[in-house]
Each structure stands twice: as structure tokens, then as C-alpha cells.
Design a protein around this ligand. Structure first.
Ligand code: GLA
Length: 384
């Protein structure tokens, strides 16, 4: 166990934790706003994430603390309600709530969390807190739940306890990604395939540009996109937009009333096709040909789905201009991060070109770093 987290735990609670776990954040390579339309996504896990030192208690009390926040929050596990828990503690508390709702005998725990993911950057810091909690508690309570079940419980915590209507991508990415692979997930059947992502062997790097422009999913834009998709599916008499085939897109668009719906539908249907195209390229070992799909995804999110921002557009344009093979916003959009697939020798230049473009437009300085596909959530019970 890493000493710093262990010592923070001992300093707060006066005892050693029963184990330490880590759940990563993610970037999505392609497939945005498709998961809640029963479609396809292709995320990879990051090396950054949330760690948790956790110990069982003999009563039903939850004590949660974070090295990034002040104080210890105390909650009774058998009295968990949305109204009783506010702020970041709702994520771990929501997971305990979801486990108990599902009938699992889960009592009290002491937690200390520590994270190195930038918050509100669209890298799934919330899912990482949920997933590290779910994995730790399921192991400490010997629940023997598989990771897909844990991901669904973590999503339930986010949807029903925290109250944000996200899809299933982030929790699956955090719990099920493997090193050097992207995870192709069918959000309807939950079938998955690990696709090799040999960035290094192809002389490529994935640059992540955090535009540092904060985004808030709770603002309602995400929920309004979801509602528009449900409305369009209803108008097209399909159970979800996944069921509109690319070949039937034009006819579907003609049958919809004028307004935002046709553009929302066009994004979802073409984005699903782009994910499958990207997956086929990865299977064929042609990672260097992903660029045009990334660019097309960004254009579609910008023009049809209206979830880009000035900062994201500037980052994407500057990256492509400086030699990236392709670039796009990643995650929900409305600010947050962009990714760029770049030849390794150009990574620094591309990052500098993006910084320069921000500077010229007097935008707050972005932060860039390169990422490899890391392994999903991990950790273990260390004793007792
Ligand atoms: C957020 C949600 C995901 C997904 C993306 C957009 O990250 O948590 O479920 O919908 O936005 O692709």
C-alpha cells in the first residue's frame, strides 16, 4: 500500500486501512453521446484516477474524507437519502446506497480518497470515485460481484442518487479497460471487445488537451440532449436511435420535424458508424488511419450535436494544423478535454501550437499531457 494514503488514513482514523484500491479516469477515443442511445463507444483507461484506502466498521456508519477536501463527512448507511448527502460525498454514498438497494449486506466503512484527475475536465473523475468505492466495498464485504455488475451499480448511484442521467460508458471504462487496449462496448447488449492500441509501436502518442474550461453535466445540457434523442426515437418509432441504420438515415431525417432533432439524429447514427469503422481499423492494425474518423466525429459533435466550445474547437484546429493525424473533443463536451492522435516526434510541437493558439485568443492556458492506455480498477484487501 502506498504510504502517503495509508498515513493519511491513520492520521484521520487512528488505525490502518484494510486495503487500498484505485480506479482510473478515461478518455473516449470515439463514440460520443452514443451510449445512452444503445450504441457503441471506444474508451481507454488513463493512468490518472482515484485511490481509496478503506476499512470496515462494526456499525453502519460511513466516514468519508478526501485529501483534496477538508473534513470528514459522517453518514449512517441505513439512512442514506439524496437530501442528506451533498457534494462529492454523494458519489461514494450513492454506491453504498445502490449496493444496499440491490439487496447486498453492506455495513459501515471508513474511507480516505485521493485523486490526481483534474475535476470537471471530462475525464470521468466521478465515475472513478464510484468505481473505486464499488470495487473496494464488494471485495471487503465478499460480495463476489463481477465487474460489469459493479459498473451498473455505480451508474445507478450516479443516475438515481447523485441525480445525473449519464450513460454506462465511464463506469465500464474505469472497471473493465485493460492496458494497451481500447474497450469496444456495445451499450445495448453490454458485449465488449478489447482492441489493441499499439500507439508506441506505431510511433504515435495520444495527446490530451485539458482546455481548463470547466464543464458541469448537471447544467441540464446533457439531459436535454438525452431528451431530444428519446423524442426522436419515439417519432421514428424505434426503441432507440441505435436502431436507425446508416442506410436509412436520409429517410429518417426527412420524416422528422424541422428543428434540432434531425441534426441530433444524424450525429448519433453517423457516430455509431464511425465507432465501428474505428474498431475495424484497430482490428486490422491500422491505428495510423484513425485520424479522419476523429476529425469527422469532432465536426459532427460541433455542428450537429452542438456540444463543442470555443476552446475545444481552437484546440482541435491548432492540433491538426500542427500535424496531428486527427483530433476531437472527448467526453460529454461543453468544455473539458480534447484528444489528438499525433506522431510521437510532433507531440511537443502540437502541445505548444495549441498553447500558442489559446494565447493568441486570450484564452486561459490549456494543460496537455500524453496518455497510454492503462489498466482498469485494481486493488486488494491487505489484511483482516
Ligand atoms: C459523459 C457520460 C457518458 C457519455 C459521455 C458522452 O461522459 O457520463 O455516459 O454519455 O458523456 O459520450
Amino acid at each position: 500500500m502506498s504510504c502517503d494514503l495509508c498515513s493519511a488514513f491513520a492520521a484521520l482514523y487512528g488505525r490502518t486501512p484494510d486495503g487500498e484500491w484505485m480506479a482510473p479516469g478515461r478518455v473516449n477515443l470515439i463514440g460520443e453521446h452514443t451510449d445512452y442511445n444503445d450504441g457503441f463507444v471506444l474508451p481507454m483507461a488513463l493512468h490518472l484516477g482515484v485511490r481509496a484506502a478503506v476499512a470496515r466498521r462494526t456499525d453502519d456508519r460511513l466516514r468519508v474524507a478526501s485529501r483534496q477536501q477538508r473534513g470528514v463527512i459522517e453518514i449512517e448507511a441505513d439512512r442514506l437519502t439524496q437530501a442528506a448527502v451533498r457534494g462529492w460525498a454523494a458519489y461514494p454514498a450513492g454506491v453504498i446506497w445502490a449496493l444496499r438497494q440491490a439487496g447486498h449486506a453492506v455495513g459501515g466503512y471508513d474511507f480516505v480518497f485521493d485523486g490526481d484527475l483534474p475535476a470537471e475536465a471530462g475525464l470521468s473523475s466521478s465515475a472513478a470515485i464510484e468505481c473505486v468505492t464499488a470495487l473496494a466495498v464488494s471485495e471487503l464485504a465478499d460480495l463476489a460481484l463481477d465487474r460489469a455488475t459493479l459498473a451498473l451499480l455505480a451508474q445507478r448511484a450516479e443516475n438515481e442518487f447523485v441525480g445525473v442521467p449519464t450513460g454506462i460508458m465511464d463506469q465500464f471504462a474505469s472497471l473493465l479497460c485493460t492496458a494497451d487496449h481500447a474497450l469496444l462496448l456495445d451499450a445495448r447488449s453490454l458485449e465488449r471487445e478489447q482492441l489493441p492500441l499499439p500507439l508506441d509501436r506505431n510511433g504515435l502518442a495520444l495527446l490530451i488537451v485539458d482546455t481548463a474550461a470547466p464543464r458541469r453535466l448537471t447544467d441540464g445540457d446533457y439531459a436535454s440532449r438525452r431528451r431530444a434523442c428519446a423524442e426522436a426515437a419515439h417519432a421514428l418509432s424505434v426503441s432507440s436511435l441505435r436502431d436507425v441504420p446508416l442506410t436509412g438515415l436520409d429517410a429518417a431525417l426527412c420524416s422528422l420535424p424541422e428543428g434540432e432533432l434531425p441534426r441530433r439524429v444524424r450525429h448519433v447514427v453517423t457516430e455509431n458508424a464511425r465507432v465501428l469503422g474505428a474498431a475495424a481499423l484497430l482490428r486490422a492494425g491500422q491505428i495510423d488511419r484513425l485520424g479522419p474518423l476523429l476529425n469527422a466525429s469532432h465536426a459532427s459533435l460541433r455542428d450537429d450535436y452542438d456540444v463543442s466550445s470555443l476552446e475545444l474547437d481552437v484546440a482541435v484546429e491548432a492540433a491538426i494544423h500542427a500535424g496531428a493525424l486527427g483530433a476531437r473533443l472527448t467526453g460529454a463536451g461543453f468544455g473539458g478535454c480534447a484528444i489528438a492522435l499525433v506522431p510521437q516526434e510532433l507531440a511537443d510541437n502540437v502541445a505548444m501550437a495549441v498553447e500558442h493558439a489559446f494565447d493568441q485568443r486570450r484564452l486561459a492556458a490549456p494543460r496537455s499531457f500524453t496518455a497510454t492506455a492503462a489498466t482498469g480498477a485494481r486493488g486488494h484487501v491487505s489484511h483482516g
